[in-house]
Write a protein that binds this ligand. Sequence first.
Ligand code: 7LV
Length: 334
Amino acid sequence: SALQYAALQNTYELHETIGSGGFAKVKLATHLLTGEKVAIKIMDKKALGDDLPRVKIEINAMKELRHQHICQLMQVIETEEKIFMILEYCPGGELFDYIVAKDRLSESEARFFFRQIIAALCYIHSKGYAHRDLKPENLLLDDNQCLKLIDFGLCAKPKGGMDHLLSTCCGSPAYAAPELICGKNYLGAEADLWSMGVLLYALLCGYLPFDDDNINMLYKKIQSGKYELPSWLSSDSISLLNDLLQIDPKKRITMQQLIFHPWVLKGYSSAVDWQTRYYFKDLDRESLAEIALYFNKSLKEISDHIQLWNYDFLTATYYLLLFMKMQGKQPKIK
Ligand SMILES: CN(C)C[C@H]1CC[C@H](N2C(=O)N(C)Cc3cnc4ccc(-c5cc(Cl)c(O)c(Cl)c5)nc4c32)CC1
């Protein structure tokens, strides 16, 4: 009811529900100061129960990750009952639906998207995170064919760094690496690379390499590492799939090799440019000035506040003005 969302009053105008994921509801909303659209993930703490830690993991991870192919977390609001995550809006919806609508993608379109997925994962791994739930449902499209990775509820940041073994068996079975489903300790990065192989297969074929209604049969198929090669796959695609879908994680291609793989380079003049394009060393003066003007504060006061990265309303306003500027719009407050 409207009362429940008092926390959003005068800052966001809520619109329709655009999706729901397990214990969350995602609503479209408008950030009133800028008029920009956002997605608000709304969770009820009681309903979350022992899933609450997953939400904290997702929030803490997303606060550290800033990248053109990761859905940006902009603000977090916590009340007695609710947690609200204000997120970058992705009007294009799920990559999953895009593939289904096209049946399957051409090799060049699959490459166009797969290079973006490589960039996102390469960046996440460089920050010491493994995603662990890679699948087309967790890759959204913005309004110019850019992919945005979402759902960091299962991500892991191993204490001892990325060469530290993980043990939790998680993620969606059809995308899970063999070493992960047979309960062995595994490396997050290696498991993500297997999932990228399953994802690439889904992009190129329009269906999954390993699939079965019976979970045990599914596990057997995954552990066999055998999958069908439809006639339309080029030999280059087959060789990359083979490199990614290696049962033995030590034989699986690494991220560093992947960004230079011939299939990934084909038709492009350069390797995958995976570094973040979001520059936060110094803050954007134009966006700061716009906020300072509106709140009648000094530039220094606003700059000092934004530098705290509290993920409050000012953080969201700053992110949205910055994104407006990156889209070539005037970063203006209404
Ligand atoms: C199948 N999933 C487990 C949930 C599903 C919920 C709706 C969502 N969505 C849609 O399904 N559109 C069709 C529109 C849409 C537009 N912008 C979005 C922006 C962010 C998110 C988002 C959702 C969740 Cl659960 C997150 O954890 C994060 Cl980090 C981000 N979802 C969006 C979203 C896609 C995913």
